[in-house]
Design a protein around this ligand. Structure first.
Ligand code: PXP
Length: 245
């Protein structure tokens, strides 16, 4: 039996558009509710240190309102740990974060950052939050996630999505092998970053991956077809690829 593939819709960039004007619209909470109606299994939001998109208030409202799992993306800092422990989202995905980057560039160095990350993973797990580490598709990083006690990894698909031709095939092979390795070492495997209608299919067909987190493309596509239609189309492509239809 093929494992089902969940879709977490990342609503960060609804907040980016709101913040461009500094007002209240468009409302990320409304986007989250619509995403659930359109087939999202969960909502993902990245509370950045500089609050460039999602705000503390957004997290409070999401936590109070949505009925599906909330996945909080966060840097491994004391401030974010305190917020996560206060809100107790269903899941927390630890990501690397640099102020000067435009988006999350590259994965977390779970191997090199073991001593720094260990107390964060331990406290989040102890609080009953499902912890995932956003890492590159590299067996050393996967093994480091195991030794940190994280039950889940999210493989960074950015390099695969940006590459073309043979280089994309190579990046894809790395993701496929890493997903298989994740299952062997007992990690639940997720994937995300940069996925669009063209790149989603091959990754959705990898049987060991059980969740995607997708945001930027969906919010961009919503300009043309509306958010619900953009999510429904992505869901359809994922399901088609997973069932091999
Ligand atoms: N997963 C993680 C850990 C991310 O940091 C991001 C970007 O915020 C995504 C998934 C979604 O990437 P995109 O917005 O490019 O779909």
């Amino acid at each position: 039996m093929k494992k089902p593939l969940r879709l977490g819709v990342n609503i960060d960039h609804v907040a980016t558009i709101r913040n461009a004007r500094g007002g209240r619209f468009p409302d990320p909470l409304r986007a989250a509710l619509l995403a659930v109606e359109a087939g999202a299994d969960g909502i993902t939001a990245h509370l950045r240190e500089d609050r460039r998109h999602i705000s503390d208030d957004d997290i409070t409202k999401l936590r109070e309102t949505i009925s599906v799992p909330l996945n909080l993306e966060m840097a491994a800092t004391e401030e974010m740990l305190e917020i996560a422990l206060r809100h107790k989202p269903h899941a927390a995905c630890i990501v690397p974060e640099k102020r000067e980057e435009r988006t999350t560039e590259g994965g977390l160095d779970a191997a090199g950052g073991h001593n720094h990350l260990k107390p964060f993973v331990t406290q989040l797990v102890k609080a009953g939050i499902r912890v995932s580490l956003f890492i590159e598709a590299n067996p050393f990083q996967l093994d480091a996630a195991v030794s940190l006690g994280a039950p889940v990894v999210e493989l960074h698909t950015g390099a695969y999505c940006e590459a073309e031709g043979g280089a994309r095939d190579e990046e894809f092979a790395r993701i496929r092998e890493a997903a298989a390795h994740a299952e062997t070492v007992g990690l639940e495997c997720h994937a995300g970053h940069g996925l669009d209608f063209d790149t989603v299919g091959p990754v959705a067909a990898i049987p060991n991956i059980v969740e995607f987190n997708i945001g930027h493309f969906l919010v961009g596509e919503a300009i043309f077809v509306g958010l619900a239609e953009s999510i429904r189309a992505m869901r359809h492509l994922m399901d088609e690829a997973r069932t091999g239809a």
